[in-house]
Design a protein around this ligand. Structure first.
Ligand code: ZN
Length: 258
């Protein structure tokens, strides 16, 4: 029995020693700057996106709600706060995906607000210059999520659209936070720092997370060294000015809440 245990222990050590192992990568479609600029129509279907991962976040064409991908299923959270399954034929203008495989799991400390949670996660991050997918299953005594209404062309910039966002204040919400941590040197491509979406355990509610209080749960971290980007093949993307890191606008659209 003892040799078997040693073999298992050795296998476990090998797995733990290789975060970002084979096949681990983030797939990203379009860029956050494109979304900020009002490029709300993409040319990638959710059927195609499903091949790139089982865990992720983003939005749908026309900026029609918040998207959460969990365990291989895609959900659209509309401005009624409810989650709907996304048809394969629907298109996305911005999405970030991975095939989630936890390198490490730790208990979720209770009583943290969003700032406290991200500081706690930062303490768990071993390589701040890699990407991380973060999955947190738990109970949240308080959770503020938002969604955004579908837009009509000509599109306004995201910082303006976000003024029409609809917020939901959930109590004792049980479910999953689907999040990515992006290094700041990738600003312009993706949201620097943490970007979190939520999906309830019964898959009925969710949205982009603006605030929370943690209860009990589990944090799972997936460190990822590979990044694959696909850019829209559309005239609007060709014509857009996507330069620079728009820190002020990103702060407004990703973190604004009451
Ligand atoms: Zn979001």
């Amino acid at each position: 029995m003892r040799p078997v245990c040693l073999v298992l222990l050795a296998a476990a050590l090998v797995l733990r020693a290789q975060p970002g192992a084979a096949g681990d990568r983030v797939f990203q479609y379009s860029t956050i700057n494109a979304l900020l600029a009002g490029l709300y129509d993409g040319d990638l279907s959710f059927g195609a996106l499903a091949k790139e991962g089982d865990f992720g976040l983003g939005t749908l064409n026309r900026l029609d709600g918040e998207m959460v991908a969990l365990d291989g299923a895609f959900y659209q959270v509309r401005t009624d706060g409810h989650a709907y399954l996304v048809p394969e034929t629907a298109l996305t203008p911005f999405a970030v995906m991975t095939r989630f495989a936890a390198d490490r799991t730790v208990p979720l400390p209770a009583g943290l607000d969003l700032k406290g949670l991200t500081a706690y996660l930062d303490g768990l991050i071993q390589n701040p210059n890699h990407l991380y997918a973060v999955r947190i299953d738990g109970v949240f005594p308080a959770l503020t999520v938002r969604s955004v209404p579908a837009q009509t062309s000509p599109y306004r910039k995201l910082a303006q659209v976000i003024e029409d966002q609809v917020e939901f204040h959930l109590k004792d919400a049980e479910g999953t936070l689907v999040a990515f941590r992006t290094p700041s040197f990738l600003a312009g491509l993706n949201v620097p720092g943490y970007h979190l979406h939520f999906l309830s355990k019964d898959r009925s509610r969710g949205g982009h997370v603006l605030g929370l209080e943690t209860g009990s749960g589990t944090i799972a971290l997936d460190e990822i060294a590979d990044l694959e980007m696909r850019l829209p093949k559309l005239p609007a993307f060709a014509a857009a000015d996507l330069a620079g890191a728009r820190a002020v606008e990103i702060g407004k659209v990703e973190k604004q809440g009451n």
